[in-house]
Design a protein around this ligand. Sequence first.
Ligand code: C5P
Length: 237
Amino acid sequence: MELELLYEGKAKKVYQSDTNENHLILSYKNDATAFNGEKKAQFTGKGRLNNEISSLLFKALEEKGIQSHFIKRLDSVTQMVQKTDIIPLEVVIRNIATGSITKRLGIQEKTPFEPALTELFYKDDSLGDPLINDEHALFLTDITEEELNSIKQKARQVNLALTDIFAAIGVRLVDFKLEFGRNKEGEILLSDEISPDTCRLWDMETNEKLDKDVFRQGTGDLITVYEEILNRLEDQL
Ligand code: C5P
């Protein structure tokens, strides 16, 4: 039976589960985009790699007591998740300065942030996902101040857990983006994906980039570096 397509994003398609109205099926695409969709390409195997990496990471987080929307991986490119309404916020945690913050604030590349920096962006492609502050977030979304604080707290917990998970495979977690959604019960859950599309990952010994920056900057082969991350995670987790 054909599943009902609810939404198609840049990296995933979202289908309604036909067995449980509170579940969604995420199908990871082979498309890669950068610079708010200006740069686009297709990479055979990318959907499988991100589905597998994201599934392993959500499972590893659950083992560390951090719940998310993830239920289970179904096949090479799909996973079952709890249905949530995505809150239009991108929560970015930065451990080391690189990317947009270096240009925006003139911070020297590779400057460490201790403690890690949290930034909020408004998830709206037509506006180019602008940086916003807490008051903007409260105005623009339906979350309360308490919920915003708990989202930021959760993002910091995810940072500690993921930093350890990646350190164990010789990878430095430089920065990453999280999204949160509200389920039918009104609870806010970690949602979306965690993958080399949404994290910056540098090899601890060589500083080699093992994430989407190789595509953004045209400096390497996306599939080779995503495979490297998956292989190391599979050996460790
Ligand atoms: O581009 P910027 O430096 O702000 O990105 C910070 C982090 O958030 C990076 O790990 C990047 O991969 C991630 N990000 C994302 N989706 C966006 C913007 C940033 O996953 N739309």
